[in-house]
Design a protein around this ligand. Sequence first.
Ligand code: SAH
Length: 241
Amino acid sequence: MSGFNFDVITLFPQAFELINNLGVITRAVDKNLIDLNLHDLREYGEGSYRQVDDKPYGGGAGMVLKPEPIYKAYESITKSPKSKTLLMTPQGKVLKQKDLVRWSSLDQIIIICGQYEGFDERIRYLADEEISIGDYVLSGGEIPAISIINGLTRLLPGTLGDPDSLINESHNSYLLEYPQYTRPQMFRGMEVPDVLMNGNHREIKLWREEQQIKRTYERRQDLIKDELSNNQNWEENINEE
Ligand code: SAH
């Protein structure tokens, strides 16, 4: 049985060693749930220097990835029936949990990592989606790619020890997760809330729901606003029919 394929085009394949050292992923690789195929961009470089970048037309700072090596690397990849290509760029759509969930039903994700000042504009035509992992700029697409591989892999059946742990966690719904405690009951003067100690499951459930709402309201009102406006659109759509 072959698993979910991640194909990554990168100038720094060694950066992906990190993946094998992150518990969840190690388990997924061992169980053949995922295959990580690294495509070293340097191997597709031009001339005896294996050149992959060049100065930007029109001038300006730094170097830009050339289109030809990336197109060649891309064309060398065997495409699965349910495949999507993601381009890592701070100009892309900001990654959300719902994107990871959506992609988890595919069987292949191809990820193109940029470097230096970025890449030739024509590389964008290879991508189904352009993805940013946040409104800040990193030196390359490797850490964004690792974030996607890690977040998606833990959604695949058989990866997590306990699949139930996906249900209530933050960003699965628009509410953040409730506060969690484990032993000891009293730690340096900080106590576990009584309600969690009394074994009344109904009360515990209510307390957790309340905490989720409170937390989200205090920290991420934007999530609540988005949810409300989505529901409003939904109602408008129903009324139109
Ligand atoms: N000059 C470019 C940024 C280049 S950063 C610009 O202004 O758009 C170099 C590479 O790092 C990018 O091509 C991209 O692949 C990656 N990268 C940097 N920040 C990123 C982010 N927030 N999300 C996804 N990829 C990012």
